[in-house]
Write a protein of this length. Structure first.
Lengths: 337, 517, 326
């Protein structure tokens, strides 16, 4: 039937309240960009080696693989769930790739196994969360132990080494001059995920679910299916990161990428993804990846030990969420006074 | 049970006071929420040994007032006096300590705790070591429950109780506090006829003990039966107060709505066509049984009943939120199996839920995204959203509903309740449905928006849309429906045509009172 | 019989007994009293941590920083012992507990005052607390010979044939059992997690209650920190790395609902004992310890699936006949 029409005078509500430029300027991304520039400048100032193109190129490896994971994780978090098993999926993918290699698999098979393992792990998470309706935080803590546990069962305290020479290209190859294959992958993934989240109806559903899953379901969205696909995607990206990391290191130990889930979560949250779901943009995650990569690299140039770096990551995670709240509170107090 | 509130022998402090001096007095109380002024300059006095009825439509500010009286909200302006001295209730505990207790409208209880704990949580009886005395707590709980005529085991877990028993637990909880002021916010809404009788007896006893009672109700017979004074709220303001003996039901209604009741509902006679939706033998294991009805093109079918009669549950099953155990649904004569809301929408059935903030609108998202959410396939090409089409669709439907907003990219949460409801309705109309189910469509919205929603509903039916309206407001049901189905305890308790329908018929069917009673 | 097995705790007891029985069929020595006592003693630290964690989970939060708190408190105690060998051990234990309470309070304050999601807060403090160990110790190990004998002796000391470590676990079980059941604050943990909205109406300060649960979790982690360091006679940055997962697992297995408001002391203790039994049984039945991680992972998933079935909420029961049969 045709929709009812009606009242004599129709009052039109304008489309937008503020201009695009104004919104961009006030956004979290603008702040991140400023921070990124400041850190870049600080690095340039503190170390004479930083500006060297090849050094900068090396620096990108600090965030490309983690970034791949963080993009998919960002979508999972926007939908109101979390995937803490990403690093364990990476470890299991890498282990199975090594296992395949030790049985004589060639590069295409190895890569396929890496990606498929990621997909399979993601499917398991997805079925547990959306199929059985279990809380994702416990499920992925469980699968985090399970996936890495399987890697330990297979490898024990040994390691797989001796990957084919051409396999090394994924993590060590360069597309053009100083631009590595991994960096290209990062850029492509960033664009694809940004489009997926911000320009498609799937992305809109992800936001709706993250803001209010009940209302989303009541609006006719197949919430469980969307969540399942998100976990699948998260698994796939972890598998892809496994291919890159394994190729770059040229070896697999079951403890590979330990603690990366924390860094990926931090990257997403620093990028402005609301940990409670419903808001955040991929652009912010890209900037957060750049910032964390540059800080790691800068600390490395200054010979700061890795664990101090992890304090920094932890502090960053907390400050990123605490500061806006504190500032908001101060602002309110001032207005009242 | 010395810590309990009803030492039958003691007259209570109120008895010594002059009768006209209020126990508690609210002066100039104002409260504003983002986008809505809930209360403005409200006055209210409660007297010892007297029942004051608080009357007003939904959204008139009654519940906000209760929350201010019990320390859940702080007023923006005005003050509260007890025995003439100003008091403040920064927390609920302070209110309880001052002797103010309330039976809240929403039963705020704990599913996983026992009945006794739900009654005494926060003030459990303790032994001399400061440890909770479970034996005494259970005994005291049993005594309290006996007092209100509720027969249940205090050790039972609350989640195993039905809705009426939960309500009785909430009443017992309110009475477990040594109170001078007892607030009852629609205490009989979910109770059966017999339980209501026992509640009235209880109110009489509390009155005799010198308590000041605030009684909130929509049922006029009940108000005239047990209350002594009245205060009427409209749109967050006090519009009248006095002794019930000096007024009439008509006067109260006029005060409440601020206009004549007859004019309120713009119901136009519609052309009622062939059946669109047919439901037969519809059952659910715990919520409803043997529901059957027919909905015709252009018809508004009202569903009346007490809170918890199972109306929303039937509607949510029709919409695919819950699974019925038996029964057949036909749409335009074809059997329809609906397992998810997505399937319901595809079949042309849409549902505007009662709980707008949780189920209806996604308040943090902009108006435009809310409106287009179920129609994404229409505003996108190959999965890519077309912004221009999105805005066009949203603009079209919000304009038809006369939405008042600053811009379409404004979050829905910043709108008033009435305008939020318009967004939810617009969202569904954009899917061009055959059947629209409205669950308490005007609950908690201002009178202006209410009228707009009613007018629109009538217009939709006039254009051939079939409407099911679940409502607990008799005037709304009577004013808008072509036919009315009354539900009670999960079953259909009566079917009525618009012609010759009286409020008494509805109330009797809903409460299960036979003709003789 | 069926009603009996509906109780989560009894199910767990049955599962543990069956497991122990099966092992005993092949390896009878495993069920010798001394061996079983050893399993309990070995699990004591996990029990203590699980009870702290449970308090937090009851309030609908989670504390992922327990293992890091344990390690930091243990390091503080060990370094003090190393620097000032004359300080009485009891004082060091107290320092460990208080340090733990302080670290827990930091978590709790962020959750209470800043309204931050607990998972983010404790994920962050988890790395920060570990980092602090590195900063104060300079990354060095404190080995057995750098600790005084009395410092190392306490957990092993024997009272009535049972080691102090086990006694302490029993004490913590008793205190928590009484506290959660018979203190108003104890019930408040349940109320806050069960229905935070209703808790406000009841006059319970939700944020403060959550803060308290973090302090308790921290203090118990502090105690566990001293016990761990003294028992294994070594302190370094990565002590108990990843142990927070075992702790959460023990709770989940014990029927503590991650959604808050549901869980008992006995359940959590049994959950810990379940994991402890597996851990102790693996070497007995000749399975590589590398299996342990995968096994606890699977058990967590199974347990949470079971919990979800048990907790599945019914709608409001409207039909009278349904209410009677419920």
């Amino acid at each position: 039937m045709s929709a009812p029409s009606t009242r004599g005078e129709t009052r039109l509500v304008p489309d937008r309240l503020q201009g695009r430029a104004e919104r961009l300027l006030k956004s979290w991304e603008a702040l991140l960009l400023a921070v990124a520039i400041a850190i870049f400048a600080l690095n340039v100032w503190s170390s004479p080696y930083f500006l060297d193109p090849w050094n900068l190129s090396d620096a990108t490896f600090n965030f490309t693989e983690k970034g791949l994971i963080a993009f998919a994780l960002a979508l999972v978090i926007v939908s109101g769930e979390i995937d803490l098993s990403v690093a364990a999926i990476l470890a299991l993918s890498s282990t199975l790739m090594g296992l395949a290699m030790s049985h004589g698999a060639g590069t295409p098979e190895i890569v396929a196994i890496g990606l498929l393992t990621g997909l399979a792990c993601g499917a398991i998470n997805g079925m547990l969360v959306s199929g059985l309706g279990l809380p994702s935080i416990v499920v992925t803590i469980g699968t985090m132990s399970l996936f890495r546990g399987i890697a330990f069962i297979i490898l024990g305290d040994k390691a797989f080494t001796g990957y084919p020479v051409d396999f090394a290209w994924f993590g060590q190859g360069y597309v053009w001059w100083v631009f590595s294959f991994e960096l290209l992958l990062f850029v492509v993934a960033a664009i694809l995920f940004a489009v997926l989240l911000h320009a498609t109806s799937f992305g809109r559903m992800v936001y709706a679910i993250g803001n209010n899953a009940v209302a989303a379901q009541f609006s006719g969205i197949r919430v469980e299916r969307v969540k399942f696909l998100l976990f699948l995607l998260s698994g796939l990206m972890s598998g892809l990161a496994a291919v890159c990391l394994t190729s770059r290191l040229g070896s697999t130990r079951p403890s590979i990428a330990t603690g990366w889930e924390l860094e990926a979560v931090t990257m997403a949250v620093l990028g402005g993804i609301n940990i409670l779901g419903g808001s955040g943009r991929i652009g912010g995650v890209v900037l957060a990846a750049l910032i964390m990569g540059m800080v790691t690299f800068g600390f490395g140039l200054l010979n700061v030990p890795g664990i101090v770096m992890s304090i920094f990551v932890g502090l960053l995670l907390i400050l990123v969420i605490a500061l806006p709240k504190l500032i908001g509170r101060l602002g309110r107090a001032k207005r009242k006074a | 049970m010395t810590h309990l509130s009803f030492p039958a022998s003691s007259p209570g402090p109120a008895a010594d006071m002059p009768a006209d001096r209020p126990v508690i007095r609210l002066a100039g109380i104002a409260k504003t929420f983002p986008g809505v002024r809930a209360l403005g300059g409200v006055e209210l006095s409660l007297h010892a040994g007297s029942v004051t009825a608080l009357i007003g439509e939904n959204g008139a500010g009654k519940s906000t007032l209760v929350k201010i009286l019990t320390g859940i909200y702080q007023p923006d302006e005005g003050h509260i006096e007890m025995d003439g001295a100003p008091v403040r209730f920064p927390t609920t505990m302070d209110a309880a300590r001052a002797g103010v207790t309330a039976i809240h409208q929403e039963t705020v209880l704990f599913d996983e705790l026992s009945v006794a704990e739900n009654i005494f949580l926060g003030h459990q009886p303790r032994n001399r070591f400061g440890l909770i005395d479970w034996a005494r707590m259970n005994a005291d709980a049993r005594a309290l429950l006996d007092r209100i005529g509720a027969r249940m085991d205090p050790a039972m877990r609350l989640r195993d109780l039905g809705i009426a028993n939960r309500h009785l637990v909430a009443i017992a909880r309110a009475l477990s506090i040594d109170a001078r002021v007892v607030i009852m916010d629609e205490p009989t809404a979910a109770l059966s006829h017999k339980e209501i009788g026992e509640l009235y007896d209880l109110v009489e006893r509390l009155k005799a003990e010198g308590k000041a009672i605030l009684f909130i109700s929509h049922k006029f017979d009940e108000i005239f039966r047990i209350a002594d004074r009245y205060t009427v709220f409209r749109d967050g303001e006090m519009v009248g107060a006095g002794l019930l003996a000096e007024t009439s039901q008509n006067d109260l209604v006029r005060l409440m709505v601020g206009r004549d009741v007859g004019q309120v509902f713009p119901k136009v006679a519609a052309d009622i066509g062939e059946p669109v939706l047919t439901v037969a033998g519809y059952c659910h294991p715990t919520e409803f049984e043997d529901i059957g009805f027919e909905l015709r093109r252009g018809e508004i079918l009202g569903f009346y009943g007490l809170i918890g009669a199972g109306r929303s549950e039937v509607m949510q099953a029709l919409f695919g939120v819950t699974r019925p155990s038996k029964g057949a649904v036909r749409i335009d004569g074809e059997v329809a199996v609906i397992r998810t809301p997505a399937e319901a929408v595809a079949r042309g059935i849409v549902y505007v839920p009662e709980d707008r903030g949780r189920q209806g609108a996604i308040t943090a998202m902009p108006i435009v995204s809310n409106v287009t959410l179920p129609s994404l396939s229409r505003t996108s090409r190959r999965g890519f959203i077309r912004m221009a089409e999105e805005f066009a669709l949203a603009r079209d439907y919000t304009a038809r509903l006369d939405l008042r907003a600053a811009a379409l990219d404004q979050p829905v949460g910043t709108l008033s309740g009435g305008n939020q409801q318009k967004v939810v309705i617009a969202k569904w109309l954009a899917t061009r449905p055959k059947v629209i189910i409205l669950d308490e469509p005007t609950k908690g919205i201002d009178i202006g928006s209410k009228a707009a929603v009613h007018a629109f509903m009538s217009e939709l039916a006039g254009q051939g849309l079939s409407v099911i309206m679940v409502s607990s407001e008799i005037p709304e049901i009577m004013g808008m429906s072509d036919r009315v189905i009354v539900m009670r305890e999960g079953r259909i308790a009566g079917r009525f045509d618009r012609e010759g329908l009286t409020p008494e018929m509805l109330v009797r069917a809903a409460a299960g009172i036979g003709e003789a009673a | 019989m069926k009603a009996l097995f509906r109780h989560r705790e009894l199910q767990l007891v049955a599962v543990i007994l069956v497991m122990v029985g099966l092992i005993a069929l092949r390896f009878p020595t495993f069920v010798a009293p001394a061996s079983l006592g050893n399993v309990f003693n070995d699990t004591s630290i996990l029990i203590i941590l699980a009870l702290g964690q449970m308090t937090v989970i009851l309030t609908k939060c989670v504390d992922l920083s327990t293992a890091a708190t344990l390690a930091l408190c243990g390091m503080v105690a060990a370094m003090l012992n190393n620097l000032y060998p004359d300080l009485p051990v009891l004082l060091l234990v107290l320092v460990a507990i208080l340090t733990g309470a302080l670290l827990g309070a930091i978590n709790g304050l962020m959750v209470w005052r800043l309204d931050m999601p607990p998972i983010v807060v404790t994920l962050g403090t988890m790395t920060i607390y570990r980092g602090i160990i590195f900063l104060i110790s300079g990354g060095k190990w404190i080995n057995a010979h750098e600790m005084t004998d009395s410092f190392k002796a306490v957990p092993r000391a024997d009272i009535a044939g049972i080691p102090v470590l086990s006694w302490l676990a029993l004490l913590v079980i008793a205190v928590m059992a009484v506290g959660l059941r018979r203190l108003r604050t104890g019930r408040a943990f349940y109320a806050v997690g069960g229905n935070p909205h209703a808790a406000v109406y009841t006059g319970i300060d939700v944020g403060y209650t959550r803060f308290l649960s973090f302090v308790i979790s921290g203090a118990l982690s502090g105690l566990a920190g001293y016990l761990w360091i003294a028992r294994y006679a070594v302190a370094y940055v990565d002590i108990a790395l990843g142990f927070e997962l075992d702790v959460v697992a023990a709770c989940v297995i014990g029927g503590v609902s991650i959604a808050g408001g549901i869980g008992t002391v006995y359940g959590a203790v049994l959950g810990a004992l379940f994991l402890g039994t597996i851990k102790n049984a693996l070497p007995v039945i000749n399975i590589s310890p590398f299996w342990q991680l995968a096994i606890s992972g699977s058990v967590i998933i199974l347990a949470v699936a079971f919990n979800a079935r048990a907790e599945r909420r019914k709608g409001r029961v409207i039909l009278k006949k349904a209410e009677v049969s419920a």
